[in-house]
Design a protein around this ligand. Structure first.
Ligand code: 5GP
Ligand code: ZN
Length: 114
């Protein structure tokens, strides 16, 4: 996806603070962190949004969550707690149309979100 900012990060065309990479997913720091820990975990395969997951790609969701869980443990926030968020489309607060999971932690989270 030529105009996708996360595809450009995956391709190494624009910089990001990458914390984890494997053949399927990439994790990096959010540019505008909303919490002491705020990482984005993305599949290397471009999908516009979570609602585009289907039977052939649904395993990606589990890989994003498993990566978020492991990074939360490694960053020492697993015990205190954290939030995994996927926003979908405009009412869901999505601003970048490449599927991504937010890992937020390091402070108490409030519910409901604003
Ligand atoms: P969304 O609102 O789509 O769920 O989340 C998109 C996130 O991507 C936002 O938290 C925003 O700060 C982050 N973001 C947008 N552009 C960039 C970028 O170029 N680099 C990084 N690292 N994060 C970005
Ligand atoms: Zn993309």
């Amino acid at each position: 996806m030529p105009d996708c900012i996360f595809c450009k990060i995956i391709a190494g065309q624009i910089p990001a603070k990458i914390v984890y990479e494997d053949p399927v997913v990439l994790a990096f720091h959010d540019l505008q962190p909303q919490a002491p820990v705020h990482l984005l975990i993305v599949p290397k395969q471009h999908l516009d949004r979570v609602s585009d997951l289907d039977e052939t790609t649904a395993l990606l969701a589990g890989q994003l969550v498993a990566t978020g869980n492991r990074l939360a443990r490694e960053l020492g926030i697993a015990q205190s707690g954290y939030r995994l968020v996927i926003n979908c489309n405009s009412d869901g607060g999505q601003s970048v149309y490449h599927l991504h999971l937010h890992l937020l932690g390091g402070r108490p989270m409030h519910w409901p979100p604003g």
